[in-house]
Ligand binder design. Sequence first.
Ligand code: NAG
Length: 487
Amino acid sequence: MSSRMIKTVTLGVVFCIALFLLAPRGFPESKSRGDGQTASDPSLGTTKCQRSSSSHKPIVQYALMIDAGSTGSRIHVYRFNNCGETPELESEEFKMVQPGLSSFPDDPTGAAKSLDVLMEVAMKHVPETLKGCSPVAVKATAGLRFLGPEKSKKILEAVRHRLETSYPFPVVAGSGVEIMEGKDEGVYAWITTNYLLGNIGTVEDTPTAAIFDLGGGSTQIVFEPTFPSIGGGMPARLAAGDHKYELTFGGRHFDLYQHSHLGYGLMEARKAIHKLVANAKQVELGASWADHPIVNPCIIPGMIREIDVELTPGQIVKVNMTGPSEPSAPQCRFLAETILKKEQKCELTPCSFNGIHQPPLERTFATEDIYIFSYFYDRARPLGLPDSFTLKEMHETTAKVCGGSNAWDVFHPIPDAMEELTGRPEYCLDLSFMLALLHTGYEMPLDRLVKTAKKIKGNELGWCLGASLPLLDQGTSGWQCKIKEVL
Ligand SMILES: *[C@@H]1O[C@H](CO)[C@@H](O)[C@H](O)[C@H]1NC(C)=O
């Protein structure tokens, strides 16, 4: 009897100890989860969790970003959940309308009303009870700047007025409706990329990726240089100046290097190279130069393209740029390197090109990811360059493209590659410029691996998402929930 009792008691004790040992303990999340917000109604919740990560955060949040570009205006309606510490993007609604705000130079009200069809998307997709706490911002890019400060100011004021008076969404104060600076565009694209990669958003000290964006008019570089202390000395730091962008995001501080090289977008680079070739011909032949076909090593052998060359501002001459009889990739790259103006005086050393200061990539960004996109992607992908490749591989591909159709058998199995090549006499120029920019301009070693993408995890790269993320933090981003007036 007593031995049975002892057995039972012993078993019971062992059982309890086992339970104690196996029970989950001390998970900080489970505790803080306890005070998160819940959804008062299933339509306001998410399938991802029952509670938000903090009592200060709603479980689901929306942010509206209007990208007022030169050709049209676009709205992005982003839906996030706050299940974890970092907001998680769940979905995105998108709509574009043409023309852009700059097509209404003398009609600010008309410009503001042109956004109504975009706002309808937001009205439809944001649940009624969340509208008052879903911030909206409008960021205009280059197009509006060309109208001059007076006209663009009137348009932006009219846009703000319409959004504030006709819609239930809070309009972000101050910079909420503005013409964006080039540096913000680059840094927001950096945020987008690193957020989608999962590099930022937590206090963890994860390395971040660099971004290289190639547009038509300018090209942007943004990265977080690392200055390891060498030989026990004090680590060097990013020098002060316009290129330095201090950013706080998700509880982390970043000292970013950024620069927008105006005039080094792909379309501007083409113009500069054609002008260089035309100038040389003019010096060689004198007045009658434009009547002759002009051999241009950057045009694919066997192809011709008629180009408007702007010799002096306003003086445009039509010429036929003709590909050389022999492959001439090095000569094209020489021209591309010439327009980079490597020899320009460097006020703050070291410089990348055109006299612009830049910490050396080889020493301050040796191994982290490099993302190249926009035109980089548009030219590399159709030729079958994969998600990541080295500059050497890009170099070899460029040599084949500049080699003319006899060197193109490697492109036959790539869908659409031949169509792209035969339709684009400037393909050799475009690739040569990109290579010159990355290798000679930014001084990336030839064995450097770069990555290219249009989307990450299904979301477009670009500045819009990166500009929207800071808006989720109601306390610091300049908006407050709009309380519905009781009628
Ligand atoms: C260029 O060549 C095309 C076709 O040969 C010709 O029609 C055109 O007039 C030429 N343009 C110039 C500026 O010489």
